[in-house]
Design a protein around this ligand. Structure first.
Ligand code: HEM
Length: 406
């Protein structure tokens, strides 16, 4: 690696967020320019806060692992919109708290994501994907992959894991979507969160009287108040719904747009595990992270002052050429481990094993069922989800040659 003197300190930038210009798989071009110039640079936040933006893989990873940087929600500023002063995280929301409170929740939850339960879930993912592929085939030869496959499979899985009735999905899917929409204002967020919590609170009470074989029932036996359990349940439901759905749909879009990679995966199903990691790196759908410095920290030759926020661009880090050669190429054979698509450090995604099981089953099963799968519209006409923290496609119209029986 060669080092060069960074240019004189530039004017503070604002966070480039538009991923829909140009290639639908690439980060905003501005991020690459910033990363090249200085992997840690000054950022002007929409509420006027002057903080930092980290775009280099090593500096992002370092900050995520450094206890001097806090996730406490009341210390954070949004890099995307002016949300005013943020309140402390809701009880049970482990994304917005630090150790040791965080550690306590995390331990309780890890104990519930048991090997037995994950193994049982693998079989269920296989059954659920088969059922949905059968339905697609019956109703085809065209479908919106999002509605027919990418959304229902993870939704059913998270409902079964938690013990939430899938029939109630209309009640919580809209609220979950509102919480992930960047343009939702404080009141909309409040309303959605209150409704979601009320739904989960009733469910938690029901699990007390009539426990079933699921995570929420297990957790009623743990040392948690009903309020804590309600908060944890709401978080898991929101975190597990849209994320995996977007990876399945957007991942399929990326494969259909890279025919050589699609062919490689079709030819060698053993490539699936690696393919999933590479798609996670290449697409980095959940972005960005934010942390606040608890004390003055010197990093990368610069001084981050106590109280200043650092925005961690996971998508820029995952396209850093010093970590991943030829980063803008989707290459299923590369070793993409070390990507930051699930975050890093104490808050690294709790559901990553479940998400991996879902993606490793759902994507190859789809390709195997429809050998002639292709887009039903021009790539530039695929509608993208612009204003949300979870990037991906709004819809993915696909088609295939129907099987003829003679
Ligand atoms: C945390 C991404 C699926 C539950 C995170 C973080 C990322 C992420 C980047 C770190 C956030 C931060 O540090 O600020 C993803 C992606 C997924 C996925 C891309 C799908 C491919 C899931 C699923 C679940 C889940 C299926 C639920 C079962 C969580 C929870 C946290 C988290 C509870 C917070 C952990 C903590 O703060 O200790 N996820 N996730 N995620 N994820 Fe996921």
């Amino acid at each position: 690696m060669h080092h060069h003197t960074p240019p004189p300190h530039p004017e503070p930038v604002t966070l480039p967020v538009n991923r829909t210009e140009g290639c639908p798989f690439d980060p905003p071009a501005e991020l690459a320019r910033l990363r090249e110039e200085r992997p840690l640079t000054r950022l002007r936040y929409p509420d006027g806060h002057m903080g930092w933006l980290a775009t280099g893989h090593s500096v992002v990873r370092e900050i995520l692992a450094d206890r001097r940087f806090s996730s406490r929600q009341e210390l954070l500023h949004s890099p995307i919109m002016d949300l005013g002063e943020l309140p402390p995280a809701m009880v049970g929301d482990l994304t917005g708290i630090d150790a040791p409170e965080h550690t306590r929740y995390r331990r309780l939850l890890i104990g519930s994501f048991t090997v037995r339960r994950m193994r049982a879930l693998t079989e269920r993912v296989e059954q659920i994907t088969t059922e949905h592929l059968d339905a697609m085939e019956r109703e085809g030869p065209t479908a919106d992959l999002v509605e027919a496959y990418a959304r229902p499979v993870p939704a059913l899985m998270i409902c079964e894991l938690l013990g939430v009735p899938y029939a109630d999905r209309e009640l919580f899917q809209d609220h979950a979507a509102t919480l992930l929409t960047q343009s939702a204002d404080e009141q909309e967020r409040d309303t959605a969160l209150t409704a979601l919590h009320e739904y989960l609170r009733n469910l938690v009470l029901a699990k007390h009287t009539e426990p079933t074989d699921d995570l929420l029932s297990d957790l009623t036996a743990a040392d948690l108040t009903d309020e804590e359990l309600t908060g944890i349940g709401s978080l898991l439901l929101v975190a597990g719904l849209d994320t995996t759905a977007n990876m399945i749909a957007h991942g399929t879009f990326a494969l259909l747009s890279n025919p050589d990679q699609l062919a490689a995966l079709r030819a060698d199903p053993d490539l699936a595990d690696q393919a999933v990691e590479e798609l996670m790196r290449y697409l980095t759908i959940a972005d960005p992270g934010v942390r606040a410095a608890l004390e003055d920290v010197e990093l990368d030759g610069q001084l981050i002052r106590a109280g200043e926020c650092v925005t961690l661009s996971l998508q820029a880090a995952n396209r850093d050429p010093s970590r991943f050669p030829d980063p803008d190429t989707l290459d299923l054979r590369r070793k993409a481990t070390g990507h930051l698509g699930f975050g890093h450090g104490i808050h690294q995604c709790l559901g990553q094993q479940l998400a991996r099981v879902e993606m490793r089953v759902a994507i190859p099963a789809l390709l195997a069922r429809f050998p002639s799968l292709r887009l039903a519209v021009a790539p530039e006409d695929v509608p993208m989800r612009a204003a949300t923290n979870i990037y991906g496609v709004e819809r993915l119209p696909v088609t295939w040659a129907p099987v003829t029986w003679d």
